[in-house]
Design a binder for this molecule. Sequence first.
Ligand code: PEP
Length: 245
Amino acid sequence: MTNKYMYFIANWKMFGGLNSLKSLNKVIKFLKSFKKNKLFEIIYCPPFTLIGPMANKLKFSKIKVGAQNCHESKSYGPFTGSINVSMLKDIGAKYIIIGHSENRQAGETDKLINSKIKSSLKSGLKVIFCIGETFSERRKKITNQILNKQIKAGLKNIKNRNKILIAYEPVWSIGTGLIPKSQDLFKSISFIKKKCKKSKVLYGGSVNPNNINIFKAIKIIDGYLIGSASQNSKKFIDIIKKSYN
Ligand code: PEP
């Protein structure tokens, strides 16, 4: 049993329409009846199109809403198809995921990530900063080197690190069902915590109700960034329940 303050972050990726908001009813109901509901924070990060409607639906709930990415410019500009942090804040986002490996793989650099984090913090959004090594980097035993580089460049000249949650997400674990060995995960989370003393450090990568007990045993983890299992409210609730039983 834990009494630790934890974060459960749902990353819906590019899934969901207005109809999907109905699935939140179960989570809202669960939260009201769950005795330990003051011990954790739930943050839903849906696609851009659902942030406004979701924030509206959740306005009387303690569940927060976040975005999955943004344009780096804090002000308006001629950037067709882009959305900036002020616009996200305006429609009810409180958090934002930056540096997800799916975006890094699509060409997002550490420098760009750094600009996006700065804009987000300036506009008052809390940041979920994703870092993690690829499978080949792990095989070469350079995981710490990679994490160090991503932290140094991504958080360059950023002071208010208490507004940043770091999500350690080994790239090879995202959406694959593969998870790190517990001792390796402990080492990586400890390494990140040593580098960023003021930030909470979460784990992400194939978390589900069947493996949550493995992560739960690693007491230094401050929460989870959950992709596919978060799109099923029963699985998402089970993960939270099991974290506190
Ligand atoms: C993610 O998208 O950040 C993630 C961790 O996905 P999954 O849980 O599906 O591995």
